[in-house]
Design a protein around this ligand. Structure first.
Ligand code: NAD
Ligand code: DAU
Length: 354
C-alpha cells in the first residue's frame, strides 16, 4: 500500500482513522483523502496532519459519485489501495429523505468499484466499511456474526446492505481483492453532534433536555472509535481477501442507562450533585427503530488477535473530556463556520496556484 485512497476522511471515523494511521502505525505510504465535505465533513479536523505530513497526506474535495473526477484521482495518484468510509450515515436523516443515501452509499460505492476494476492491475485491496445495521434487529438473546442474514430495517441500512452486496459481487465476479467490516456504534472525538453520545454530552453540559426515543430500552453495542480504527487497519494488513469481519465493543447498553451514565459522569467532572438526570425527556420513537444490536467479534479476535481496549466508562470519560476541551470546535461545527474557512482556504490556494 503505497498510495492509499481514503474516502470520507473528513468525517468522524475517517478523521480518527487518518490520524491513527499517520501517527500511530508503521504505514509509510501516502494518504489521499477524498471527501465531498457534506454537512458531516470537516477538513479542519486534519489541518495539523496536513501541516505535519506535507508529503504523505493530500486532501482533495470530490464527490465519489463523480466518475470522471474519481478516475483522474485514481490515475494521477496511482491509487493501489482503497479504504472506503464515505457515506451518508444518519438514520433519522435517511427516514426523512433517502435520495442522497442511495446516491452516495450505493451509486458512489459502485463508481469506486468500477474504478478499482479499471485499475485492477495495481489495486492490492478495496476495504469497505459497513455497519451492524445491515443485519436488522435482535431479540433479547444472541449476537450478529459474519453468518447473520441481511435484514435492513431503515433506508440508511438498506443502502449500506446494497453496497456490501456490490462489494462482495465485484470480488466474486471480477476477482477484485476486497475485505468488508461491519461494526457497531462508534463514539469518541470528532463525532458530529447529531449522534446519540455527543448530543447527550453537549445537552448535559448545556443543561438542555435529553431526548430519548420511545421507552429508551433499545440496546446498542458501543465501540470506541480508536478501537475500530485498529480493527480496520489489522484487517487491511492481515485479513483474508474476500472475507467479512464483524467488529463490536462488547459494551451492550440500553439508551436510557447510557444517558444516565453520561449524566453521572458529567455531574462528577463538573462537581454537580446528581443534577442532570432530570433533563431526560422521553420523545416519540423513531419509525422502524431496531431494538437491539450485539456483535460477535470472535472471528477477528481469533484470526487477527484484535479485541477492544476501552470499556464504556473509560471511553465515555475520554469522550466527555474531549468535548469539554473542544467547545470551540463544537460551536464552529454547529454554526457551520468551517464552511467559510473552506471557501477562504481554497480560494487562497487557487490564487497561489495562479
Ligand atoms: P460521517 O457522517 O461522520 O462522515 C461521512 C463522511 O463522508 C463525511 O466527511 C462526508 O463529507 C463524506 N461524504 C458523504 N458523501 C460523500 C460523497 N458523495 N463523496 C465523498 N465524500 C462524501 O460518518 P462516520 O460516522 O464517520 O461513518 C463512516 C463510515 O462508517 C460510513 O460508511 C458508515 O456507514 C460506517 N459506520 C459508521 C458507524 C458509526 O457509528 N458512526 C458505525 C458503523 C459503520
Ligand atoms: O450501529 C451502527 C450505526 O450507528 C451506524 O451504521 C450509523 O451510521 C450511526 O449513525 C449509528 O446509527 P444509530 O441509529 O444506532 O445511531 P444514533 O446515534 O442515531 O442513535 C443511537 C441510539 O439512540 C438509537 O437507538 C436511537 C437513539 N436516539 C438517538 C438520538 C439521536 C435517541 O434515543 N435520541 C436521540 O436524540
Amino acid at each position: 500500500m503505497k498510495n492509499l485512497l481514503i474516502t470520507g476522511g473528513c468525517g468522524f471515523i475517517g478523521t480518527n482513522f487518518i490520524r491513527y494511521l499517520l501517527k500511530d502505525t508503521r504505514f509509510r505510504g501516502r494518504v489521499i483523502n477524498v471527501d465531498k465535505l457534506t454537512y458531516a465533513g470537516n477538513p479542519e479536523n486534519l489541518l495539523d496532519i496536513e501541516k505535519r505530513f506535507k508529503k504523505r497526506y493530500r486532501f482533495i474535495r470530490a464527490d465519489i459519485c463523480n466518475r470522471k473526477l474519481m478516475d483522474s484521482i485514481f490515475n494521477e495518484f496511482e491509487i493501489d489501495s482503497v479504504c472506503h468510509f464515505a457515506a451518508e450515515t444518519h438514520v433519522d436523516r435517511s427516514i426523512y429523505s433517502s435520495s442522497s443515501f442511495i446516491r452516495t452509499n450505493v451509486m458512489g460505492t459502485h463508481v469506486l468499484l468500477e474504478l478499482t476494476r479499471k485499475y485492477s492491475d495495481r489495486i492490492e485491496l478495496f476495504h469497505h466499511i459497513s455497519t451492524d445495521e445491515v443485519y436488522g434487529s435482535l431479540g433479547e438473546q444472541g449476537s450478529f456474526s459474519e453468518a447473520s442474514p441481511y435484514r435492513p430495517n431503515n433506508p440508511y441500512s438498506a443502502t449500506k446492505a446494497a453496497s456490501d452486496h456490490l462489494v462482495r459481487a465485484y470480488h466474486r465476479t471480477y476477482g477484485i481483492p476486497v475485505t468488508i467490516s461491519n461494526c457497531s456504534n462508534n463514539y469518541g472525538p470528532y463525532q458530529f453532534p447529531e449522534k446519540f453520545i455527543p448530543l447527550m454530552i453537549l445537552n448535559v453540559l448545556e443543561e438542555k433536555p435529553l431526548p430519548i426515543y420511545g421507552d429508551g430500552k433499545h440496546i446498542r453495542d458501543w465501540l470506541y472509535v480508536t478501537d475500530h480504527c485498529r480493527a480496520v487497519w489489522s484487517i487491511m494488513n492481515s485479513g483474508r481477501i474476500g472475507e467479512t469481519y464483524t467488529i463490536g465493543g462488547g459494551a451492550e447498553i440500553q439508551n436510557l442507562t447510557l444517558a444516565e451514565m453520561i449524566c453521572n459522569l458529567v455531574d462528577r467532572i463538573k462537581g454537580r450533585k446528581n443534577k442532570s438526570k432530570r433533563l431526560i425527556t422521553f420523545v416519540k420513537d423513531r419509525p422502524g427503530h431496531d431494538r437491539r444490536y450485539s456483535m460477535d467479534f470472535s472471528k477477528i479476535r481469533r484470526e487477527l488477535g484484535w479485541k477492544p481496549s476501552e470499556d464504556i466508562e473509560s471511553g465515555l470519560n475520554k469522550t466527555i473530556r474531549w468535548y469539554m476541551e473542544n467547545m470551540e470546535w463544537v460551536n464552529r461545527v454547529r454554526k457551520g463556520q468551517y464552511r467559510k474557512w473552506i471557501r477562504l482556504h481554497y480560494s487562497e490556494r487557487l490564487k497561489q496556484r495562479g
